[in-house]
Design a protein around this ligand. Structure first.
Ligand code: ADP
Length: 487
Protein backbone atom coordinates (compact mmCIF):
# COMPACT_ATOMS: atom_id res chain seq x y z
CA UNK A 1 0.00 0.00 0.00
CA UNK A 2 1.45 3.31 -0.97
CA UNK A 3 -1.02 5.39 1.02
CA UNK A 4 -0.94 5.05 4.78
CA UNK A 5 -3.19 6.51 7.42
CA UNK A 6 -1.54 8.23 10.37
CA UNK A 7 -3.83 9.63 13.04
CA UNK A 8 -6.59 10.07 10.48
CA UNK A 9 -4.40 11.70 7.82
CA UNK A 10 -3.71 10.00 4.51
CA UNK A 11 -0.06 10.15 3.42
CA UNK A 12 1.41 8.77 0.24
CA UNK A 13 4.75 7.16 1.01
CA UNK A 14 6.13 7.28 -2.52
CA UNK A 15 8.38 9.95 -4.04
CA UNK A 16 6.92 13.09 -5.55
CA UNK A 17 8.47 13.63 -8.97
CA UNK A 18 7.16 15.91 -11.70
CA UNK A 19 3.81 16.31 -9.96
CA UNK A 20 3.23 12.59 -9.69
CA UNK A 21 3.69 9.79 -7.21
CA UNK A 22 6.50 7.44 -8.16
CA UNK A 23 7.23 4.29 -6.18
CA UNK A 24 10.45 2.33 -5.73
CA UNK A 25 10.65 -1.45 -5.69
CA UNK A 26 12.38 -1.34 -2.33
CA UNK A 27 10.92 0.24 0.80
CA UNK A 28 12.02 0.92 4.36
CA UNK A 29 10.03 0.76 7.57
CA UNK A 30 8.96 3.89 9.42
CA UNK A 31 7.97 3.64 13.09
CA UNK A 32 6.89 6.24 15.62
CA UNK A 33 9.44 7.10 18.31
CA UNK A 34 6.56 7.65 20.75
CA UNK A 35 5.87 3.97 21.27
CA UNK A 36 7.39 2.08 18.35
CA UNK A 37 4.07 1.94 16.44
CA UNK A 38 4.53 0.84 12.83
CA UNK A 39 3.62 3.80 10.61
CA UNK A 40 4.27 2.44 7.16
CA UNK A 41 6.64 1.32 4.44
CA UNK A 42 8.32 4.20 2.63
CA UNK A 43 9.76 4.18 -0.90
CA UNK A 44 13.52 3.73 -0.79
CA UNK A 45 15.00 5.81 -3.58
CA UNK A 46 18.40 5.58 -5.24
CA UNK A 47 20.27 6.81 -8.28
CA UNK A 48 17.31 6.48 -10.68
CA UNK A 49 14.90 8.45 -8.48
CA UNK A 50 17.46 11.19 -7.80
CA UNK A 51 18.13 11.52 -11.53
CA UNK A 52 14.43 11.60 -12.40
CA UNK A 53 13.72 14.29 -9.80
CA UNK A 54 16.59 16.52 -10.92
CA UNK A 55 15.59 16.06 -14.57
CA UNK A 56 11.99 17.07 -13.74
CA UNK A 57 13.21 20.12 -11.82
CA UNK A 58 15.53 21.08 -14.66
CA UNK A 59 12.72 20.89 -17.21
CA UNK A 60 10.39 22.94 -14.99
CA UNK A 61 13.00 25.62 -14.30
CA UNK A 62 12.71 28.01 -17.29
CA UNK A 63 8.96 28.58 -16.93
CA UNK A 64 9.15 28.94 -13.13
CA UNK A 65 12.04 31.39 -13.44
CA UNK A 66 10.15 33.37 -16.10
CA UNK A 67 7.07 33.71 -13.87
CA UNK A 68 8.81 36.39 -11.83
CA UNK A 69 8.57 37.12 -8.09
CA UNK A 70 4.92 38.24 -8.16
CA UNK A 71 3.60 35.20 -10.01
CA UNK A 72 5.65 32.89 -7.85
CA UNK A 73 4.61 34.73 -4.70
CA UNK A 74 0.91 34.16 -5.39
CA UNK A 75 1.44 30.41 -5.51
CA UNK A 76 3.65 30.42 -2.41
CA UNK A 77 0.92 32.29 -0.52
CA UNK A 78 -1.62 29.70 -1.65
CA UNK A 79 0.67 26.96 -0.29
CA UNK A 80 0.83 28.88 2.99
CA UNK A 81 -2.98 29.11 3.07
CA UNK A 82 -3.20 25.34 2.67
CA UNK A 83 -0.59 24.76 5.39
CA UNK A 84 -2.70 26.91 7.69
CA UNK A 85 -5.84 24.99 6.77
CA UNK A 86 -4.04 21.74 7.60
CA UNK A 87 -2.20 22.71 10.79
CA UNK A 88 -3.90 20.03 12.88
CA UNK A 89 -3.01 17.25 10.43
CA UNK A 90 0.56 18.44 9.88
CA UNK A 91 1.10 18.85 13.63
CA UNK A 92 -0.09 15.33 14.38
CA UNK A 93 1.87 13.81 11.50
CA UNK A 94 5.08 15.46 12.62
CA UNK A 95 4.56 14.44 16.25
CA UNK A 96 3.88 10.82 15.28
CA UNK A 97 6.90 10.80 13.01
CA UNK A 98 9.54 12.54 15.12
CA UNK A 99 8.20 12.54 18.68
CA UNK A 100 8.39 16.28 19.37
CA UNK A 101 5.57 18.10 21.13
CA UNK A 102 2.15 18.26 19.52
CA UNK A 103 1.37 21.48 21.37
CA UNK A 104 4.39 23.26 19.95
CA UNK A 105 3.67 21.99 16.43
CA UNK A 106 0.13 23.28 16.68
CA UNK A 107 0.89 26.69 18.14
CA UNK A 108 4.39 27.50 16.97
CA UNK A 109 5.95 25.28 14.36
CA UNK A 110 3.25 24.78 11.71
CA UNK A 111 2.12 28.44 11.70
CA UNK A 112 5.79 29.21 11.22
CA UNK A 113 5.95 26.79 8.29
CA UNK A 114 3.26 28.88 6.59
CA UNK A 115 5.13 32.05 7.49
CA UNK A 116 8.32 30.67 5.93
CA UNK A 117 6.51 30.54 2.58
CA UNK A 118 4.85 33.94 2.93
CA UNK A 119 7.89 35.76 4.24
CA UNK A 120 10.26 34.76 1.45
CA UNK A 121 7.59 35.26 -1.23
CA UNK A 122 7.09 38.84 0.00
CA UNK A 123 10.77 39.50 0.51
CA UNK A 124 11.48 38.64 -3.14
CA UNK A 125 8.76 41.06 -4.24
CA UNK A 126 9.29 43.97 -1.85
CA UNK A 127 12.73 43.89 -0.30
CA UNK A 128 15.14 42.39 -2.74
CA UNK A 129 16.57 45.63 -4.02
CA UNK A 130 19.94 47.27 -4.09
CA UNK A 131 20.29 50.95 -4.91
CA UNK A 132 21.79 51.41 -8.35
CA UNK A 133 25.09 53.31 -8.18
CA UNK A 134 27.34 55.18 -10.54
CA UNK A 135 30.88 54.39 -11.60
CA UNK A 136 32.37 57.13 -13.80
CA UNK A 137 28.93 57.78 -15.25
CA UNK A 138 28.09 54.09 -15.69
CA UNK A 139 25.14 52.65 -13.73
CA UNK A 140 25.49 49.44 -11.72
CA UNK A 141 22.18 47.56 -11.49
CA UNK A 142 22.11 44.63 -9.08
CA UNK A 143 19.64 41.79 -9.52
CA UNK A 144 18.98 38.38 -8.02
CA UNK A 145 18.32 35.95 -10.87
CA UNK A 146 17.02 32.37 -10.55
CA UNK A 147 19.96 29.95 -10.54
CA UNK A 148 18.54 26.53 -11.46
CA UNK A 149 17.84 23.38 -9.48
CA UNK A 150 18.41 23.49 -5.73
CA UNK A 151 18.92 20.25 -3.80
CA UNK A 152 17.71 20.55 -0.22
CA UNK A 153 18.80 17.95 2.33
CA UNK A 154 17.13 18.23 5.71
CA UNK A 155 17.34 16.59 9.14
CA UNK A 156 14.77 14.91 11.37
CA UNK A 157 14.69 17.16 14.45
CA UNK A 158 12.32 19.80 13.00
CA UNK A 159 11.49 18.31 9.61
CA UNK A 160 9.00 20.61 7.89
CA UNK A 161 10.16 23.71 9.71
CA UNK A 162 13.76 23.32 8.53
CA UNK A 163 12.69 22.18 5.06
CA UNK A 164 10.55 25.29 4.50
CA UNK A 165 13.37 27.61 5.64
CA UNK A 166 14.95 26.38 2.44
CA UNK A 167 11.95 25.66 0.19
CA UNK A 168 10.53 29.17 0.78
CA UNK A 169 13.52 31.21 -0.40
CA UNK A 170 14.59 28.70 -3.08
CA UNK A 171 11.17 28.79 -4.79
CA UNK A 172 10.77 32.53 -4.24
CA UNK A 173 14.17 33.08 -5.86
CA UNK A 174 12.91 31.22 -8.94
CA UNK A 175 14.84 27.99 -8.42
CA UNK A 176 13.18 24.62 -8.71
CA UNK A 177 13.66 22.17 -5.87
CA UNK A 178 14.46 18.57 -5.06
CA UNK A 179 13.96 17.91 -1.35
CA UNK A 180 15.43 14.87 0.41
CA UNK A 181 13.93 14.69 3.89
CA UNK A 182 15.58 12.61 6.60
CA UNK A 183 14.76 8.91 6.46
CA UNK A 184 13.56 8.93 10.06
CA UNK A 185 10.92 11.60 9.28
CA UNK A 186 9.55 11.21 5.75
CA UNK A 187 5.88 12.01 6.32
CA UNK A 188 5.39 15.78 6.59
CA UNK A 189 7.35 16.45 3.37
CA UNK A 190 5.20 13.95 1.53
CA UNK A 191 1.98 15.55 2.78
CA UNK A 192 3.36 19.01 1.95
CA UNK A 193 3.92 17.87 -1.66
CA UNK A 194 0.17 17.28 -2.01
CA UNK A 195 -0.46 20.81 -0.76
CA UNK A 196 1.86 22.26 -3.41
CA UNK A 197 -0.18 20.49 -6.10
CA UNK A 198 -3.46 21.79 -4.66
CA UNK A 199 -1.97 25.29 -4.59
CA UNK A 200 -1.27 25.10 -8.33
CA UNK A 201 2.51 24.84 -8.23
CA UNK A 202 3.52 23.67 -11.71
CA UNK A 203 4.66 20.05 -12.00
CA UNK A 204 8.37 19.52 -11.48
CA UNK A 205 8.96 22.79 -9.59
CA UNK A 206 8.99 20.94 -6.27
CA UNK A 207 10.02 17.30 -5.93
CA UNK A 208 10.51 15.03 -2.92
CA UNK A 209 12.67 11.92 -2.93
CA UNK A 210 12.57 9.53 0.01
CA UNK A 211 15.26 7.21 1.27
CA UNK A 212 18.60 6.95 2.96
CA UNK A 213 21.27 9.61 2.95
CA UNK A 214 23.97 7.28 1.68
CA UNK A 215 21.78 6.10 -1.18
CA UNK A 216 19.37 8.63 -2.66
CA UNK A 217 20.98 11.57 -0.77
CA UNK A 218 24.44 10.77 -2.10
CA UNK A 219 23.07 10.30 -5.63
CA UNK A 220 21.30 13.64 -5.43
CA UNK A 221 24.26 15.75 -4.29
CA UNK A 222 26.51 14.16 -6.94
CA UNK A 223 24.18 15.25 -9.75
CA UNK A 224 25.98 17.68 -12.11
CA UNK A 225 22.73 19.49 -12.98
CA UNK A 226 22.33 21.11 -9.58
CA UNK A 227 22.89 24.84 -9.19
CA UNK A 228 22.82 24.78 -5.35
CA UNK A 229 23.01 22.34 -2.44
CA UNK A 230 21.59 23.42 0.91
CA UNK A 231 22.12 21.04 3.80
CA UNK A 232 21.24 21.03 7.49
CA UNK A 233 22.72 18.17 9.46
CA UNK A 234 25.87 16.82 11.02
CA UNK A 235 29.51 17.77 10.41
CA UNK A 236 30.63 14.33 9.14
CA UNK A 237 27.79 14.24 6.58
CA UNK A 238 28.60 17.82 5.53
CA UNK A 239 32.16 16.76 4.72
CA UNK A 240 30.91 13.91 2.52
CA UNK A 241 28.49 16.25 0.72
CA UNK A 242 31.18 18.92 0.28
CA UNK A 243 33.47 16.40 -1.42
CA UNK A 244 30.71 15.42 -3.78
CA UNK A 245 29.77 19.04 -4.49
CA UNK A 246 33.42 19.87 -5.18
CA UNK A 247 33.39 17.51 -8.16
CA UNK A 248 30.87 19.78 -9.94
CA UNK A 249 31.78 23.00 -8.09
CA UNK A 250 28.18 23.19 -6.86
CA UNK A 251 27.83 25.99 -4.29
CA UNK A 252 26.84 24.75 -0.83
CA UNK A 253 25.11 26.25 2.19
CA UNK A 254 25.60 24.27 5.39
CA UNK A 255 23.90 24.64 8.75
CA UNK A 256 25.59 22.17 11.04
CA UNK A 257 25.97 21.26 14.66
CA UNK A 258 26.97 23.09 17.76
CA UNK A 259 28.06 22.83 21.36
CA UNK A 260 26.84 26.25 22.28
CA UNK A 261 27.55 27.95 25.59
CA UNK A 262 24.93 29.34 27.96
CA UNK A 263 26.94 31.87 29.97
CA UNK A 264 25.65 33.11 33.30
CA UNK A 265 27.61 36.13 34.52
CA UNK A 266 27.89 36.96 38.21
CA UNK A 267 25.39 39.83 37.87
CA UNK A 268 22.72 37.73 36.12
CA UNK A 269 19.08 37.52 37.15
CA UNK A 270 19.31 34.02 38.58
CA UNK A 271 15.69 33.00 37.92
CA UNK A 272 15.96 34.11 34.30
CA UNK A 273 19.27 32.26 33.94
CA UNK A 274 17.77 29.07 35.34
CA UNK A 275 14.70 29.32 33.09
CA UNK A 276 16.89 29.79 30.00
CA UNK A 277 19.25 26.99 31.01
CA UNK A 278 16.42 24.51 31.60
CA UNK A 279 14.95 25.40 28.18
CA UNK A 280 18.03 23.78 26.66
CA UNK A 281 16.31 20.41 27.24
CA UNK A 282 13.58 21.39 24.75
CA UNK A 283 12.86 18.86 22.00
CA UNK A 284 14.68 16.30 24.18
CA UNK A 285 17.90 18.20 23.47
CA UNK A 286 17.64 17.53 19.75
CA UNK A 287 18.23 21.13 18.74
CA UNK A 288 21.38 22.24 16.95
CA UNK A 289 21.21 25.63 18.71
CA UNK A 290 21.01 24.25 22.25
CA UNK A 291 23.25 25.88 24.82
CA UNK A 292 24.45 22.56 26.16
CA UNK A 293 27.47 23.95 27.99
CA UNK A 294 26.22 25.96 30.94
CA UNK A 295 29.01 28.23 32.14
CA UNK A 296 28.30 29.86 35.50
CA UNK A 297 30.32 32.34 37.57
CA UNK A 298 31.81 30.48 40.52
CA UNK A 299 30.31 32.82 43.11
CA UNK A 300 26.75 31.95 42.10
CA UNK A 301 27.34 28.38 40.94
CA UNK A 302 25.92 26.63 44.01
CA UNK A 303 22.78 28.77 44.12
CA UNK A 304 22.33 28.34 40.36
CA UNK A 305 22.81 24.55 40.53
CA UNK A 306 20.26 24.17 43.29
CA UNK A 307 17.61 26.21 41.47
CA UNK A 308 18.41 24.50 38.19
CA UNK A 309 17.93 21.04 39.69
CA UNK A 310 14.69 22.10 41.33
CA UNK A 311 13.29 23.39 38.05
CA UNK A 312 14.67 20.64 35.82
CA UNK A 313 13.18 17.94 38.03
CA UNK A 314 9.75 19.44 37.30
CA UNK A 315 10.12 18.76 33.57
CA UNK A 316 7.38 16.35 32.60
CA UNK A 317 8.62 13.70 30.24
CA UNK A 318 6.08 11.59 28.39
CA UNK A 319 3.88 11.15 25.36
CA UNK A 320 4.37 14.24 23.14
CA UNK A 321 0.67 14.23 22.22
CA UNK A 322 -0.19 15.01 25.83
CA UNK A 323 -0.64 18.78 26.42
CA UNK A 324 1.12 18.52 29.81
CA UNK A 325 4.27 16.93 28.41
CA UNK A 326 7.42 19.07 28.26
CA UNK A 327 9.78 16.66 26.54
CA UNK A 328 9.17 13.47 24.58
CA UNK A 329 11.32 10.60 23.31
CA UNK A 330 14.50 10.63 21.28
CA UNK A 331 13.97 10.17 17.57
CA UNK A 332 15.20 6.61 16.93
CA UNK A 333 16.86 3.64 18.60
CA UNK A 334 20.11 4.34 16.75
CA UNK A 335 20.20 7.89 18.07
CA UNK A 336 19.12 6.81 21.55
CA UNK A 337 22.04 4.37 21.66
CA UNK A 338 24.38 7.13 20.46
CA UNK A 339 23.30 9.38 23.36
CA UNK A 340 23.57 6.53 25.85
CA UNK A 341 27.04 5.78 24.51
CA UNK A 342 28.20 9.34 25.30
CA UNK A 343 26.72 9.09 28.80
CA UNK A 344 28.13 5.63 29.51
CA UNK A 345 31.62 6.66 28.40
CA UNK A 346 31.45 9.78 30.59
CA UNK A 347 30.37 7.62 33.54
CA UNK A 348 33.28 5.27 32.92
CA UNK A 349 35.57 8.33 33.07
CA UNK A 350 34.10 9.13 36.50
CA UNK A 351 32.28 12.36 35.49
CA UNK A 352 29.87 13.75 38.06
CA UNK A 353 26.23 13.13 37.04
CA UNK A 354 24.04 15.21 39.31
CA UNK A 355 20.81 14.47 37.43
CA UNK A 356 19.55 11.79 35.05
CA UNK A 357 22.30 9.91 33.23
CA UNK A 358 20.04 7.02 32.28
CA UNK A 359 17.00 6.01 30.25
CA UNK A 360 13.64 6.77 31.80
CA UNK A 361 12.80 3.23 32.90
CA UNK A 362 9.27 4.16 33.86
CA UNK A 363 8.44 5.20 30.28
CA UNK A 364 10.74 2.69 28.57
CA UNK A 365 11.34 2.87 24.82
CA UNK A 366 13.26 5.90 23.58
CA UNK A 367 12.82 8.18 26.60
CA UNK A 368 16.09 9.40 28.14
CA UNK A 369 16.06 11.37 31.40
CA UNK A 370 17.16 15.03 31.41
CA UNK A 371 20.79 14.82 32.45
CA UNK A 372 23.31 17.21 33.99
CA UNK A 373 27.04 16.64 34.32
CA UNK A 374 28.80 18.93 36.79
CA UNK A 375 32.36 20.13 36.28
CA UNK A 376 33.29 17.71 33.49
CA UNK A 377 37.01 17.26 32.91
CA UNK A 378 38.06 20.04 30.49
CA UNK A 379 38.56 18.62 27.01
CA UNK A 380 36.59 15.44 27.75
CA UNK A 381 34.21 14.12 25.13
CA UNK A 382 31.02 15.00 27.00
CA UNK A 383 31.95 18.70 27.01
CA UNK A 384 33.39 18.94 23.49
CA UNK A 385 31.25 16.66 21.29
CA UNK A 386 27.68 17.35 20.17
CA UNK A 387 25.50 14.80 21.99
CA UNK A 388 22.19 16.02 20.47
CA UNK A 389 20.22 14.73 23.42
CA UNK A 390 19.00 15.91 26.85
CA UNK A 391 22.52 16.06 28.24
CA UNK A 392 23.87 19.35 29.60
CA UNK A 393 27.23 20.12 31.21
CA UNK A 394 27.82 22.76 33.86
CA UNK A 395 31.20 24.40 34.39
CA UNK A 396 32.33 27.41 36.41
CA UNK A 397 34.53 30.41 35.62
CA UNK A 398 36.12 33.14 37.72
CA UNK A 399 36.18 36.12 35.32
CA UNK A 400 34.53 37.38 32.14
CA UNK A 401 37.78 36.69 30.25
CA UNK A 402 37.74 33.09 31.37
CA UNK A 403 34.06 32.77 30.42
CA UNK A 404 34.82 34.03 26.90
CA UNK A 405 37.78 31.66 26.53
CA UNK A 406 35.66 28.69 27.65
CA UNK A 407 32.71 29.73 25.49
CA UNK A 408 34.91 29.97 22.40
CA UNK A 409 36.89 26.85 23.26
CA UNK A 410 35.23 24.39 20.86
CA UNK A 411 35.36 23.75 17.13
CA UNK A 412 31.78 25.05 16.78
CA UNK A 413 30.26 28.53 16.61
CA UNK A 414 26.53 28.25 16.01
CA UNK A 415 24.99 30.18 18.91
CA UNK A 416 25.61 31.49 22.40
CA UNK A 417 23.30 32.52 25.22
CA UNK A 418 24.50 35.21 27.59
CA UNK A 419 22.76 36.14 30.84
CA UNK A 420 23.82 39.35 32.53
CA UNK A 421 22.22 42.20 34.47
CA UNK A 422 24.45 44.84 32.92
CA UNK A 423 24.08 46.06 29.33
CA UNK A 424 27.63 47.37 28.98
CA UNK A 425 29.17 44.19 30.32
CA UNK A 426 26.89 42.02 28.18
CA UNK A 427 27.83 44.03 25.11
CA UNK A 428 31.56 43.74 25.85
CA UNK A 429 31.34 39.97 26.35
CA UNK A 430 29.06 39.29 23.38
CA UNK A 431 31.45 41.13 21.03
CA UNK A 432 34.13 38.59 21.93
CA UNK A 433 31.99 35.50 21.36
CA UNK A 434 32.41 33.54 18.13
CA UNK A 435 28.94 32.45 16.99
CA UNK A 436 26.37 33.14 14.29
CA UNK A 437 23.71 34.14 16.81
CA UNK A 438 24.10 35.52 20.35
CA UNK A 439 21.00 35.65 22.53
CA UNK A 440 21.34 38.07 25.42
CA UNK A 441 18.92 37.36 28.28
CA UNK A 442 16.75 35.36 25.88
CA UNK A 443 16.70 32.24 23.72
CA UNK A 444 15.27 31.21 20.35
CA UNK A 445 14.06 34.62 19.22
CA UNK A 446 14.44 34.34 15.47
CA UNK A 447 13.25 36.82 12.90
CA UNK A 448 13.31 35.57 9.31
CA UNK A 449 14.92 38.89 8.38
CA UNK A 450 17.95 38.09 10.50
CA UNK A 451 21.02 36.20 9.31
CA UNK A 452 21.16 32.69 10.67
CA UNK A 453 24.03 30.22 10.45
CA UNK A 454 27.22 29.10 12.05
CA UNK A 455 30.83 30.11 12.35
CA UNK A 456 33.73 27.65 12.28
CA UNK A 457 32.54 24.01 11.93
CA UNK A 458 28.93 25.04 12.55
CA UNK A 459 28.35 25.94 8.96
CA UNK A 460 29.00 27.72 5.72
CA UNK A 461 26.90 30.74 4.82
CA UNK A 462 23.87 32.41 6.34
CA UNK A 463 20.13 32.05 5.76
CA UNK A 464 17.41 34.65 6.35
CA UNK A 465 16.23 37.77 4.50
CA UNK A 466 18.49 38.77 1.63
CA UNK A 467 21.18 36.34 2.81
CA UNK A 468 18.96 33.45 1.65
CA UNK A 469 18.60 35.01 -1.80
CA UNK A 470 22.33 35.70 -2.00
CA UNK A 471 22.69 31.95 -1.88
CA UNK A 472 19.79 30.60 -3.95
CA UNK A 473 19.93 33.27 -6.64
CA UNK A 474 22.61 34.22 -9.11
CA UNK A 475 23.48 37.73 -8.00
CA UNK A 476 24.14 39.82 -11.10
CA UNK A 477 25.50 43.29 -11.73
CA UNK A 478 24.51 44.89 -15.03
CA UNK A 479 26.76 47.87 -15.77
CA UNK A 480 25.19 50.31 -18.25
CA UNK A 481 27.29 52.85 -20.10
CA UNK A 482 26.03 56.41 -20.66
CA UNK A 483 27.21 56.20 -24.29
CA UNK A 484 26.34 54.19 -27.39
CA UNK A 485 22.59 54.78 -27.33
CA UNK A 486 20.85 55.51 -30.61
CA UNK A 487 17.41 56.54 -29.40
P1 ADP B 1 22.15 12.39 11.61
O1 ADP B 1 23.46 11.67 11.74
O2 ADP B 1 21.78 13.10 12.84
O3 ADP B 1 21.04 11.55 11.06
P2 ADP B 1 22.91 13.53 9.10
O4 ADP B 1 23.69 14.76 8.92
O5 ADP B 1 23.59 12.26 8.74
O6 ADP B 1 22.40 13.54 10.57
O7 ADP B 1 21.54 13.60 8.27
C1 ADP B 1 20.93 14.76 7.83
C2 ADP B 1 20.40 14.54 6.44
O8 ADP B 1 21.48 14.23 5.57
C3 ADP B 1 19.41 13.38 6.30
O9 ADP B 1 18.40 13.74 5.37
C4 ADP B 1 20.27 12.28 5.73
O10 ADP B 1 19.54 11.31 5.01
C5 ADP B 1 21.17 13.06 4.82
N1 ADP B 1 22.43 12.38 4.45
C6 ADP B 1 23.16 11.53 5.20
N2 ADP B 1 24.24 11.11 4.52
C7 ADP B 1 24.20 11.71 3.30
C8 ADP B 1 25.04 11.68 2.14
N3 ADP B 1 26.15 10.95 2.08
N4 ADP B 1 24.68 12.43 1.08
C9 ADP B 1 23.57 13.18 1.10
N5 ADP B 1 22.75 13.25 2.16
C10 ADP B 1 23.04 12.52 3.25
Amino acid sequence: MSTIEVAGAKVDTRHWINGERVGSVETFTNTSPIDGTFLGEISRGGQAEAEAAVAAAKTAFPAWAALGPKGRGEILHRIADLVEANIETLAMLETMDNGSLLRSHRRGVMPRVALNMRFFADWAINELHHEAFETRGHTNNISWDPSGVAALITPWNAPLMLATWKIGPALAAGDTVVLKPAEWTPLSASFFADLTKQAGLPDGVFNVIQGFGREVGAALVANPDLSRISFTGSVPTAKVIARSAAENLTPVSFELGGKSPCIVLEDADLDLAVTLAVEQYDNAGQVCLSGTRILVHENIADAFAEKFREKALQIKQGDPRDEATDIGPQIHQVHFDRIKGFVDRAKAEGQDFVMGGEPNEELGGLYFKPTLVKNPTPGSEIVTAEVFGPVLCMQTFASDEEAVAMANGTEFGLAAILVSGNRERASKVSKQLVAGTIWVNCFFVRDLKAPFGGSRKSGIGREGGTWSFDFYADVKNTVVSPTGWKE
